[in-house]
Design a protein around this ligand. Sequence first.
Ligand SMILES: [Zn+2]
Length: 143
Amino acid sequence: MAEENPSITSRSITFTHKVPILKTRRFWEKLEEGEVYATKCRKCSRLYYPPQGDCAHCLSSDVEWVKLSKEAILETYTHALQRPAGFNQYEPYIIAIARTKDGVRVMGWLEDAKLEDVKIGMKLEMSTRKLTDGFLVITFKPR
Ligand SMILES: [Zn+2]
């Protein structure tokens, strides 16, 4: 009979903190409207998602906001049965990473799809949704 690995149980740790959004405020405002934005460097044209206030390639701070296409393709996903701290109040959900037509990868909740019907490469429509506790999530639905 296999011996169980010895372990102790830690105390629960909960923390919240204020995330500065001075340079990414538009991103958060547009999520409320169901749109997802990236930033694009005006100097070298690199596209950044998540949005960045400064270009990591050419170090320019001259960036513009770009609305991402709602059309995306599923690249990978996981069914979150064991939810992390802060997510236990939700029913198990599917977290997806999809590539938008703009070529950036976005992570969000895959909804309105049965797990057995989820296939890599499937076409998705990206949007956002406010959860009952007020948090906003990016969502994908089959299209
Ligand atoms: Zn740049």
